[in-house]
Design a binder for this molecule. Structure first.
Ligand code: ADP
Length: 268
């Protein structure tokens, strides 16, 4: 369970990026965070694993207050927060298997990692996860030989390797074409549901958010101005989030015509 209460972030230059955001995600729920550029989506997601240090408020994951943790406690909590990035953040010259095993770096000792001696159970799990994300047979391929969609699948497997209690996903599809983007988002949602964990997905493409998320949070100028189901995201809600004149831009990437088509396959 993720409980965020009155979260604020003011950057050093005085910019108030978050102005009292509260959100409770009780269980295995996929929450899309939408809003215009600069609304605070990235800051919000990054405060949760303290890549950004909040100015005020509280963030609890399964009862642990994240904002109060010192370095050591923070490392322990981060180990259980899987992060999936827009640019995949893979180590390009390493193999797919090595990249996935990197998800265990918080758990194995530095010497083990240095010698690439991961426990057999970790290697077995990595094989399982690679099969689950559709990359069976790619274990020894170098990361830089893969397509964008395949790289993101590696990024997903690496995040799952952490045995996460929460998935934080930052613009996972911005670098992908629409068809691949749909299959990646479908995969992330399926996996969150299979693992029974919450996933927060920062996504600028409203069409995709409505199609896949079970709950949508709308951020505008650092405030949560909408919190509801995808079916409740109507013109009034979009105007509140994006401004009356600008919300149609949010559908630009996919086009409105196919925004309610559910369930995509995995091919990419
Ligand atoms: P979004 O993800 O919705 O585009 P961000 O969280 O990236 O929004 O940014 C929210 C606001 O905070 C923006 O005005 C942005 O310019 C500002 N901001 C983000 N990071 C920093 C930083 N490190 N220092 C100062 N301002 C920042």
């Amino acid at each position: 369970m993720l409980e965020i209460d009155n979260l604020t972030k003011t950057y050093a230059d005085g910019l108030q990026a978050l102005r009292g955001c509260s959100l409770t995600v009780p269980g295995a729920e996929v929450v899309a965070v939408i809003g215009p550029s600069g609304a605070g989506k990235s800051t919000f997601i990054r405060c949760i694993n303290r890549l950004v240090t909040p100015t005020g408020g509280s963030i609890r994951l399964d009862g642990t207050e994240i904002t109060a943790l010192g370095e050591r406690g923070l490392r322990g909590v981060r180990r259980h927060i899987g992060m999936i990035f827009q640019e995949y953040n893979l180590i390009e010259r390493l193999t797919v298997m090595e990249n996935v095993l990197a998800g265990r770096l918080g758990a194995v000792s530095f010497m083990q990692a240095l010698l690439r001696r991961f426990p057999q159970a970790d290697v077995d799990r990595a094989f399982e996860l690679l099969a689950r994300v559709g990359l069976e047979g790619y274990e020894n391929s170098r990361a830089d030989a893969l397509s964008g969609g395949q790289r993101q699948r590696v990024g997903i497997a690496r995040a799952l390797m952490q045995e996460p209690r929460l998935l934080l996903v930052d613009e996972p599809t911005s670098s992908l074409d629409p068809k691949v983007a749909r299959s990646i988002l479908a995969l992330i949602c399926e996996l969150a549901s299979e693992l029974g964990i919450p996933a927060l997905i920062n996504i600028h493409d409203v069409g995709l958010a409505l199609r896949f998320a079970r709950r949508v949070i709308g951020l505008s100028a650092g405030e949560i101005v909408f919190d509801g189901a995808p079916v409740e995201v109507d013109e009034a809600a979009l105007s509140r989030i994006y401004g009356a004149d600008d919300w149609r831009d949010a559908f630009r990437q996919e086009g409105e015509e196919d925004r309610h088509v559910a369930g995509e396959g995995m091919a990419s």
